[in-house]
Design a protein around this ligand. Sequence first.
Ligand code: 1CP
Length: 345
Amino acid sequence: MGPYQNDLLLRTLRGENPSRPPVWIMRQAGRYLPDFMKLSAKYDFFTRCQTPELATTLTLMPVDQLGLDAAILFSDILIVPRAMGIQVGMRPGTGPYLSSPIRSASAVKKLPIPDVGESLNYVMDAIALTKRALGDRVPLIGFAGSPWTLLCYVVEGKGSKTFDVAKGFCFSQPKAAHALLQKITDTTILYLREKVKAGADVIQLFDSWGGLLSPWDYREFSWSYINPIIEALKDEVPVIIFGKGCWFAYGEMADSNATAIGLDWTVSPELGRSLTGNKKVVQGNYDPARLLSPIPKIKKDVEEMINRFGTHRYIANLGHGILPHTPVEHAKAFVEAVKAYPNQG
Ligand code: 1CP
């Protein structure tokens, strides 16, 4: 795949040492962009995901407006459970909801492993269209939620700060939980292989809720399903694993065949490097709320962040998704500060 005019991300993931780090922003297509809001007012969330022309427009929008070094396909992690026949809706302002959460062995047993070429063909069409629209400008990142993070929504039935219903399900009905995680894993592997075939250059796995688990429960309910996904993709594309709050698992991640590890903002660059044994490319990790600082402060912070991570084996990003109330100019300043590195003075 490629060559791209801008191949900073792919070169960094190959272990090369370009002149400055690549930069992209988690959840870069989002509510902080006025043009995104205009399209959101016209089309509901899953219509945006399922209509390749809209998904392509939304994917290119932040790349054009902020000058990012990578595109990430506009989509959502929850389309995977939807493809498994689970009814997932999206309420504007509040987020995901399920009318019938999965909470029993019999409900798990009824779930099919879908033919993703059929049920998620709109994603593959969106990738093909996006690749054509991007031309050879920047590479395209595809993604999926980790099985654990998807289980959180599917069992809890909505977003949560603690996901204690989901955790309770795992701890009281571990057999059913493992069967559910396995079905999600099998579906995810099929899905991501199709995405790569359709043209995704890099895959990022989002384990947004991994940090809610103890280190040993993380190994049992999250990592043991993420690792087979990495193994299934390792010969095809670079894989970035982002686990929010998962500092305790960075060692295991560094010993896996993942190409890069996404760090959240609660670890310092030095701790992130040492917990990953300096073995991997690391990505991150500016606090998304810090984009609310004055622009000169953002620029200074970015320079310090890169100084501390170093330019080698480093991808500049936030430590989690960009917040909806971020001023666009501040997001731009973040990107520009990475591109200007090393600044003078
Ligand atoms: O109508 C809307 O626009 C709703 C907001 C929205 C958007 C813009 C949702 C609903 N999903 C998305 C797109 C999305 N989701 C992307 C596309 C690329 C991009 O924006 O650049 C990606 C990568 C995701 C991934 C995603 N969805 C994650 C993992 C990343 C993370 O932030 O932790 C998670 C947890 C979700 C679930 C989800 N989808 C939407 C919302 C509001 C949520 C979170 C709900 C919660 O807080 O639990």
